[in-house]
Design a protein around this ligand. Sequence first.
Ligand code: HEC
Length: 142
Amino acid sequence: MLSKKQAKAFFLGGTVLFFLIFMGMSFDSLTKGIPENTHADKITKEVKLGKLLWEKSNCMGCHTLMGEGAYYAPELTRVFTRKGPDYIRTVLNAKNGGWGPNGRKMKEYSFTEEEVNGIIAFFEWVDKINLNGFPPEPSLDK
Ligand code: HEC
C-alpha cells in the first residue's frame, strides 16, 4: 500500500502530468487541428454571409448541422454533396414553403440572389470540413 507521502506525490504527479498533456493537446487543436480541419483560410465574405443568414433565419429550428439543431427536417452537413447547388437554390427560392414528405413544410423565405449564393457558399464550406467520418454513411447491410 502507498504511504500517505507516496499517495500525495502520486496524486500531484498525475495531476501535473495530465494537465500538461491536456494543455499540449489543446494547443495542438487550436493552432493546427481546427484551422486545418475547417480550412479556415477558405472562409470568404460569401461564406460569412451564409453563416449569418443561417443563424438569423433560424434554420436550426428545423434542421441540424453537424448533428446540432432540431430533427424536423434533413441533416444538412453534407447537403452540398448530396443534392448540389441547383437543388439547394430551388429549395431556398420555393414559393410554397417547400414540398417535404409526410406533409412537412419548409418556411418560405424571400432571399435575394446574393443571399442565396451566400447560403450555398456556406453549405459548400461546411461540406468540406473534416469531421472524422461524420455523418456516417448509411449501412446497406441487411
Ligand atoms: C419550418 C421548418 C424549416 C425551417 C425553418 C427551414 N427548413 Fe429547410 N427544410 C424543411 C423541410 C421540411 C424540408 C424538406 C425535406 C424534404 O423535402 O425532404 C427542408 C429542406 C431543405 C433543404 C434540402 C435538404 C435535402 O436534403 O433535401 C435545404 C438545403 C434546406 N431545407 C435549407 C434550409 C435553410 C438554409 C434554412 C434557413 C434559411 C431552412 N432550410 C429553414 C424545413 C425547414
